[in-house]
Ligand binder design. Structure first.
Ligand SMILES: Nc1ncnc2c1ncn2[C@@H]1O[C@H](COP(=O)(O)OP(=O)(O)O)[C@@H](O)[C@H]1O
Ligand SMILES: [Mg+2]
Length: 379
């Protein structure tokens, strides 16, 4: 009957995309596992897209496990065209040496769970914009601005959001005039300093340096990962993280504090040291928590992020000053990650959180559709 047919509601088609070309490929797989487990299959028809370390997109039975094992043999290659008139996920079929595209499924929302370059930096978001598909999280601008620590710090400064003192050193300057590069870095004042590639995460390429010899080594190390290197004044800090969720009217969670045994929150401390742990809510004065919440929301709006972000702060142990350190637009999303944990402690369990992120993605897509991209005369 037509009446009952109309009652059958089409499930929302969600494509979760994970893996990818960045150094955070492995972390992405763990995040994706959690996101997938939180997606209610009564509501969503889920397609898993695994992106290999080489950047190829794959679908098929057990794609997540296949990527983990780096055994992609049984999978099927897929692609998404940057052409909104040819929507949907396309399967690439080989036929006598020719490649043909066949629509595999339409997609209502893409959920990118890829950290770092080619996932979190606006490049994937650009493709999704071109394709005209809704997607979870920040758009091109917010993603790119959140990714580059130097540009991000400039925007924070312009918005009177406190950040630690920093200078940007270009690799090209190091190559032509290392002495000047060292002098610019040392203009920050006393050691220790922190040296980091502008565009990485997970503390890859980050060093804490205590002398000119260390500084030189730290710069050379960071230069392996990026053309743009940020040098910051090193503070003696407590580290507070907070989760933000929303589009034009974002909300912030409770604060959490990260503690670790290492000298700083290094890659090892993040992923391999059992001594690292989180305290939620952070044991900080209510006024400090309120200030952090307010700064996080201002930062989120300043770089025009949508959907989600985890915003990380330092509290200087000596002066009590609060500094915003960074904003992550695709934060770790594992079972024990701060982003979902902070929301859980704020009364929003994982399943509700992913529902909300999908709603926000659709809302943003609708806003975009309502925006004219053409010049109309008169009006
Ligand atoms: N200016 C600084 N003062 C003190 N500690 C810092 C500073 N910058 C970075 N750190 C330490 O290094 C860690 C990684 O730096 P961060 O900028 O957060 O890079 P990533 O994006 O890789 O997480 C921080 O969590 C903190 O422990
Ligand atoms: Mg960090």
């Amino acid at each position: 009957m037509a009446g009952s047919l109309r009652m059958v509601k089409q499930k929302l088609r969600v494509a979760v995309i994970f893996g990818g070309r960045s150094g955070e490929h492995a972390v992405s797989l763990v995040s994706a596992k959690f996101v997938l487990s939180m997606l209610n299959t009564a509501k969503y028809e889920v397609t898993q897209i695994g992106v290999s370390k080489q950047g190829a997109w794959w679908v098929g039975e057990g794609v997540l496990q296949a990527l983990e094992a780096e055994k992609l043999g049984a999978l099927k290659p897929v692609t998404l065209l940057p052409d909104p008139t040819r929507p949907g996920l396309k399967r690439i079929e080989e036929n006598k040496g020719a490649e043909m595209l066949e629509t595999l499924t339409n997609v209502d929302v893409v959920f990118p769970v890829m950290h770092g370059t080619y996932g979190e930096d606006g490049t994937l978001q650009g493709l999704l914009e071109m394709a005209g598909v809704a997607y979870v999280g920040a758009g091109v601008l917010g993603s790119a601005a959140g990714m580059d620590k130097a540009l991000f710090a400039d925007v924070m400064r312009a918005n009177d959001i406190p950040v630690v003192d920093y200078v940007l050193i270009r690799r090209s300057l190091m190559e032509t005039d290392m002495e000047t590069a060292l002098r610019i870095a040392e203009s920050l004042g006393d050691y220790p300093l922190f040296v980091k590639p502008a565009n990485l995460g997970s503390s890859v390429g980050v060093s804490k340096v205590h002398s000119r010899a260390d500084l030189l080594e730290g710069l050379m190390h960071a230069a392996q990962y990026d053309r743009r290197i940020l040098v910051q004044k090193g503070h003696n800090v407590r580290e507070i993280e907070i989760s933000v969720l929303g589009n034009d009217d974002p909300q912030a969670s409770v604060c959490g504090e990260i503690s670790y045994a290492a000298e700083f929150y290094s890659y090892e401390a993040k992923y391999h040291d059992d001594a690292s742990h989180a305290t939620i809510p952070a044991e900080i004065p209510a006024a400090t928590a309120d200030r952090i919440r307010e700064l996080a929301i201002r930062a989120f709006k300043a770089v025009d992020v949508s959907g989600m972000a985890r915003v990380d702060f330092f509290i200087d142990k000596d002066s009590g000053e609060v500094y915003l350190n960074e904003l992550n637009t695709i934060p770790g999303f594992t079972q024990i990650s701060m982003y979902p944990e902070l929301w859980k402690s704020s009364g929003m369990p994982g399943e509700e959180l992913v529902d909300r992120l999908i709603e926000l993605a659709l809302e943003r897509r609708a806003q975009r559709a309502a925006t004219s991209h053409e010049y109309t005369r008169g009006g």
